[in-house]
Design a protein around this ligand. Structure first.
Ligand SMILES: O=P(O)(O)O[C@H]1O[C@H](CO)[C@@H](O)[C@H]1O
Ligand SMILES: Nc1nc2[nH]cnc2c(=O)[nH]1
Length: 329
């Protein structure tokens, strides 16, 4: 057994997390968080009017009018350090906004310029396992739309199931499996407000084919083509990582990377007509074997994101630049 903090998957000692959060619960926000646990009704509370109120609040706090929304996944938050002339808006200060409770998710919105392109960036997302209903997890996507974003770039940390994947590789998402939706849990559940989109949205081209092609081109330009893949992502509810039997099943299903986010965000974005691009940073390998000494651990996962900051910044900023130029045409 090695002496790394988290080797055996039995959980790590509770550590103080970022922005004052300890053991996953910020004392100041404990009441707010406790109030949302398992309260699915709250999801449908985010009506068009409430979301418009949030969007108006944000627009009053920044001069920027970005067309591109970015969601930074676990450990990928440092990409936000590259934003210039930025307005930082903590989630706690936004009316009706949840708070981030996970290490590696700072919990603020940033309006700024990414290599000259105006963007709206979530430095920290919301997960189902935090106790938020899926519609609430994905709610900021609708806010992005109401703020004026036509495009979404979503990033995540994920376990690599495909046998060719290595830690640090990037998997461009070409599709996903909405397994939580299979079980009747979907962010679009409940009354449909057609101002956002249709009752029965089509997910056929959820991940924009042209953007996918552009990302591969950029991958070649920045010399990461050998570490760049295209694959299928699945979001499980978490927070536990997978059993060996589950990994075996996911492989049979054609899953290449496994995580606990993104699918409900993309579903919501597609529903409201946004063009989506997403990728997974492969932070650990999901090897379906009982003979392994190591199992995934959140602290390691956060670390991989930080390590890949430069590459990820290059990819995201070049994609943003490309979208920006296309929108100008
Ligand atoms: O999907 P993101 O937020 O990138 O984070 C992934 O990494 C965390 C587990 O370490 C989980 O939250 C999982 O979803
Ligand atoms: N479910 C899941 N989420 C992850 N996020 C990062 N790695 C993993 C993983 O192996 N499994």
């Amino acid at each position: 057994m090695s002496d790394k903090v988290c080797q055996n998957g039995n959980g790590t000692a509770a550590k103080p997390l970022t922005n004052g959060i300890a053991n996953g619960v910020d004392e100041k926000n404990e009441e707010k968080i406790a109030g949302v646990f398992y309260n699915a009704k709250e999801a449908s509370w985010y009506t068009y009017d409430v979301l418009q109120e949030i969007a108006n609040h944000l627009l009053a706090r920044t001069q920027l009018r970005p067309k591109i929304g970015i969601i930074l996944g676990t450990g990928l938050g440092s990409l936000a350090n590259q934003l210039t002339d930025a307005d930082y808006i903590d989630y706690q200060t936004i009316p009706h906004f949840p708070v981030s409770t996970v290490e590696g998710h700072v919990g603020r919105l940033i309006f700024g310029y990414l290599k000259g392109v105006p963007v709206m960036c979530m430095q920290g997302r919301f997960h189902y396992y935090e106790g938020y209903p899926l519609a609430k997890c994905a709610m900021p996507v609708r806010v992005m739309k109401l703020v004026g974003c036509s495009h979404l770039i979503a990033t995540n940390a994920a376990g690599g199931l495909h046998p060719d994947y290595k830690v640090g590789d990037i998997m461009l998402m070409k599709d996903h499996i909405n397994i939580m939706g299979f079980a009747g849990n979907n962010p679009l559940q409940g009354p449909n407000d057609s101002r956002f989109g249709p009752r029965f949205p089509n997910m056929f081209n959820a991940y924009d084919f042209k953007l996918l092609k552009k990302a591969k081109e950029i991958g070649r330009d920045i010399g990461i083509e050998n570490n760049l893949h295209e694959g299928v992502y699945i979001c499980l509810g978490g927070p536990n990582f997978e059993t060996v039997a589950e990994l075996k099943m996911l492989r049979i299903w054609g899953v290449d990377a496994v995580g606990m986010s993104t699918v409900h965000e993309i579903t919501t974005a597609v529903h409201c007509g946004m063009t989506c691009f997403a990728f997974s940073l492969i932070t650990n390998l999901c090897i379906p074997s009982y003979d392994l000494e190591e199992s995934p651990c959140h602290e390691d996962i956060v670390g991989i994101g930080k390590r890949q900051e430069n590459t990820l910044t290059e990819l995201v900023s070049r994609m943003a630049k490309h979208i920006h130029m296309e929108l100008k045409k």
